[in-house]
Design a protein around this ligand. Sequence first.
Ligand code: C2E
Ligand code: MG
Ligand code: MG
Length: 754
Amino acid sequence: MHRDLSEQGSKGEVLIVEDTPASLKLLSDLLTEAGYYVRQAPNGELALWTVQSRPPELILLDVRMPGIDGFEVCRRLKSSPATAHVPVIFLSAQHDTDDKVRGFALGGADFIAKPFQAEEILARTDAQVRLGRAQLALAAERAHLELRVHERTAELAELAASLEREVERRRANEDTLRLAARVFAATQDAIVIADAGGTIVATNPAFTDISGYDSSEMVGRHVSTLQTVQHNTSAYHAMMAALAGHGHWSGEMLARRKNGATFPGLLSVSTVAGANGEVENYIVVFMDITERKAEQHMIDFLSYHDALTGLPNRLLARQCFDEAQAAAQRNGQCVGVMCLDLDRFKSVNDSYGAPVGDQALQAVARLLRSCVPDGATVSRQGGDEFQIIVPDDAQLGATVAAAQAILAGLRDGLPLAMAAAEGAAQAAQPSPQLSTQHLGLTTSIGIAVCPADGSTFDELLRNADTALYRAKEVGRDNYAFFTERMDADIRAKLAIQAQLRGAIARGEFEVHYQPQMCLRTGTMLGAEALLRWHNPVLGQVPPNRFIPLAEEYGLISAIGVWVLDTVCAQIAAWQAQGLGTLKVAVNLAGSQFAHDSTVASVEQALRRHGVPPASLGLEITEGTVMGDPDKAVAALGRLKDIGVAISLDDFGTGYSSLAYLKRFPIDVLKIDKSFVDDVTTKASDAAIALSVISLAHNLNMRVIAEGVETREQVEFLAAHGCDEMQGYYFSRPLAAGAYTALLREKRLLNLLPE
Ligand code: C2E
Ligand code: MG
Ligand code: MG
């Protein structure tokens, strides 16, 4: 039974241990009556057993009992923690003082003497139960207090620990702040902190170093002052979008220093958000990457250039070739690819040492660059090998000119700073006596041409290399084309060029005259002057071969002037000999006509020899005047004013633009030999010849047919109204003497049809 239940309504729970049944009953009744809940035990064993299950509030314990006596029971009770607190009142005979001494010593609370006095029993029982209860309450209170104290102590300990943690945290925070401040001040990168509106709130010393602005100058100003990112540019919008998206942006920007100079900066912008997620600050970090850029530039340069000479390397040369080839394809041009190999360069290194060899290579690089036209690429692959890419036309004049200039330039010698005494050992001394010496070198050059010799850079280099070996074989200090025919052509051209230069002075030119016949009268109206060149080396060179080259090499004007002068002198001579009024037609080359001096030199020749202008005709081709039609119209107008007749040569083979034909003051149309050849056998050629005749007549011009060789041609053309003719049928071009004889004899050249 639970104490709370058993005690309900009772004054207390009392165990009475008494071996005398009458006493037990007496005490039990008394206490029950007084309101106690009474338990009973007839001996010590049972008493000890029953208190173990539930200790009472008070034990009335008889001292004298069989078995375990009262003292022993008390001793055991007091020695057990569960029962030590239960007050024990001994029941013993009166006046037994020893019992009392012993009983108190064993922890007894009181004594009740037998025989029992009811009042005494009740009074002592009450007192002990109350005392017991008070002690229990006290103990409970103390326990409660102890618990509270314990709890408070724990709370305080926790508080102390958390305080300590807070202090620690703050200290760490302070350390972090101090560290951040040190980083802010010491970092090499410029840092600018702006508020949400972009107003600068702080800058660090590196910012001042880099930008030149003091912190005090910048704080309070808008970040845009730095002009790193211009407002409202696409870069600015991209940056703001990145910041709004993920709070960070970085990139390269051109920034401006206080002195106005700009520099490349690597910029990184981050946003700092407050508790509510709104941007509170912008942190701008930037670095001056000028040096890094320069390094990058250097790296880029070195990856595309040869370190020793600064020339493009093979990689860049290949790109240049691709570009040149694409352009050439568009314009129907060519690209010359040259491979150069310095002859016996090893001996330069061996005798002067590698530093002088390096100098020589640098000097060669400079020379090569100075010899090639604009747009050409000179590259070095290493060693003493160079490559040159030259955009050129089909004549390859620029390529050949560059090759010749290089050979000549090297032969002249390269100025090098060399130690006074030759030898690498000398040159390496601390203060060598340097003097400029000229190092004579030669090179061999192989040339391949795109598209004739290949379409890829590698193929062309290979072929140019093959040509290079040929150039070396034939004796170095030389160049050779990969295609031997091209080689031969170019060499022949160059031979002509070389001989052409002094040809006038050496008197190698001669003018031949081919009679021109009037079909109506059958008489010789005059002649076409045709230039002949006899050169002791080259023999007889036809004008179709050397005239274009004379134009190319800028020699045509002098030749033209010579022809005009010779022809005018001849006309004057014929007149002086009384051989009649003859008209001689002189051919004008295209580039000659482009010269403003042409009209003047015509006038001069006429004047010098006193020749009437009507005795001179000029033959031009359509190509001659098409280059600059307006200028041509003006020049022809002036010639016509003088009284010189103009013939349009080779008509039908060129543009034959009717619009121009109308504009040009032409007197005579010359039907080209190619139509005359088949005029009697091919309907189309006959039709062309006939339409040229009617066109000329409609435009008030005369018509002359050239290259007439057969009687059938003569008859056909005469029948269809052609005015004049010229050709082998009548006469080949004749030397002046032969022509004079012809005039003198007044010989009929050939019978004209009736
Ligand atoms: P071109 O002005 O058309 O001259 C006519 C050419 O046809 C001449 O050749 C002439 O000899 C040739 N020829 C004339 N009749 C016949 C014929 O019946 N049969 C054949 N097969 N050929 C005939 P050439 O003398 O060789 O001159 C060639 C070209 O050289 C000329 O063509 C002219 O364009 C140019 N040329 C000649 N002399 C001069 C000159 O002094 N100055 C300039 N600028 N060009 C000249
Ligand atoms: Mg002609
Ligand atoms: Mg002609």
